[in-house]
Design a binder for this molecule. Sequence first.
Ligand code: NAP
Length: 179
Amino acid sequence: MRILVTGAGGQLGCELVAILREDDVHAFDHRTLDITNEAAVVATVRQIRPEWIINAAAFNDVDGAETAEPAAFMANAQGPANLAGAAAGIDAALIHVSTDYVFDGRKGKPYTEDDRPNPISVYGRSKYEGERRVLESKGRTCVLRTAWLYGKYGRNFVKAIRDAASTGPALRLEDFFML
Ligand SMILES: NC(=O)c1ccc[n+]([C@@H]2O[C@H](COP(=O)([O-])OP(=O)(O)OC[C@H]3O[C@@H](n4cnc5c(N)ncnc54)[C@H](OP(=O)(O)O)[C@@H]3O)[C@@H](O)[C@H]2O)c1
């Protein structure tokens, strides 16, 4: 399969490129394709003509988004909308990765696809807007929501705990909640 991966330099993007290595993968990191640049997105998608597009690009700094709302919405809402439009233009399918931050966390038990989003942070609202714009596009789209990612690449909860445990005194878990 011919697959275009955006955000390929990130934690998830790196894993996807490695896992999909037997397919015809075209990987673009932030430097080689900025998903907020609609003209570049359309041109790249038309040139590659993938069957699938996987969007792993995001403004992923949850705390930082509180003081960078325009940038968060550009990357997390406008970018996915650009990809959805470009995908529809060549009838490619788009998989867009989203987050449990679209919920407010007050349910007290696991969320399902049918629960109503109620984001309470700028990051969560920007990701929810991205979901809506992808699903409202005319193309073949799928939104996957995940919670914390763990992997070999980038920063994550497991690595932070491991590093702190190997260097410091007893850990207080709440110190690590906002990675
Ligand atoms: N990490 C988690 O625990 C977690 C939990 C739930 C959901 N998710 C979701 O999972 C997806 C992948 O997350 P991740 O942990 O792999 O994030 P990540 O490591 O921060 O990777 C995101 C990548 O997107 C790139 N990027 C940012 N803005 C871009 C733009 N305008 N155009 C193109 N690329 C851009 C970043 O490049 P630069 O760094 O160079 O800007 C970075 O390489 C995201 O949708 C995120 O919301 C992540």
